[in-house]
Write a protein that binds this ligand. Sequence first.
Ligand code: NDP
Ligand code: OXD
Length: 315
Amino acid sequence: MTILVACNHPKTSVRFDEGLRKLGNGLDVRVWPDTGKLSDIRYALVWKPEEGALTGLSNLEVVFSIGAGVDHVLGRSDIPDVPLVRFVDPNLTMRMSEYVCLHVLTHHRRMLDYAEHQTRGEWKEVWPQPGANEIRVGVMGLGVLGLDAVEKLKILGYQVAGWSRSQKQIDWVECFAGDNGLKDFLTRTDILVCLLPHTPGTDGMINSELISGLAKDGPLPGPVLINAGRGRVQVESDILNSLEADALWAASLDVFEEEPLSPKSPLWVHPRVIITPHNASISDDLAVCRYVSDQIARYEKGEPLENVVDLKRGY
Ligand code: NDP
Ligand code: OXD
């Protein structure tokens, strides 16, 4: 059983090569571009592989994505017509919810204001001081990550709603769906959290128009955006314009249209923007290797693969 590891950085590939070997599961691991005989390769483990890395793999049976998102492989000319399995893992899910709760609390509890006061040694309370139960958080994307995030936000006491493509029924969360449900979802949202994948359907959807639909009657000085889904779901110039126009009060952004974010981007220096380098939740190397190894074992036994991407939907 031969697996090809193909990542954007050779160092990343080496880590997964070592991880898979450590498991001692009998896999013959090849690291792109040292592929050996292409016809040996039945599996591929990829993260933003070089264009062409998956070409000519005539016996390839499954592609595994190192991340939960698969936009780094979809839409490429060399993506073969075989199942694409994405990474789903409790640790990845837990850490994304940590990020979401951290940033919701940061804006709710006005930590940017206090950090600024501290630079001047200024002892000053910021008012009003609403409780979590007065703040309406809306999570876009009620998949593996979104569902865990809404559950944890609910435990913190927030009024939580979710928005997804298909209608969901969850007792303790107000659920909205599709284009028809978007307006009402936004109107009741003070803090918007995006955990959407990037697909043709979500491309650029966080724009001025969407931001202007957020609640204007909340207890914070204005609406807040937190995006840890994908950068291409947002239009950064619109986010900046909305901040300047006070249509948006603050933002936490982990993902960007182009990554890494250019040092010239005005987002870096905006006083009400918090930037993190696409690390809201990073896939743990060994967890990925174990996951892939388990999936291959299932597949070899004739059991169905888990978390297979619907190529038509794009996630
Ligand atoms: P899932 O596939 O489990 O969930 C995706 C959710 O998005 C679903 O609820 C789906 O709706 C919804 N959705 C997709 N397209 C649309 C649309 N056009 N309109 C409305 N809702 C839509 O993915 P995960 O929860 O596992 O992950 C979400 C994304 O998070 C990943 O794709 C990745 O881009 C990002 N991510 C970011 C990380 C980071 O560190 N910043 C780390 C890991 C992931 P429905 O339920 O109806 O299908
Ligand atoms: C992922 C990511 O998709 O790290 O897992 O962004």
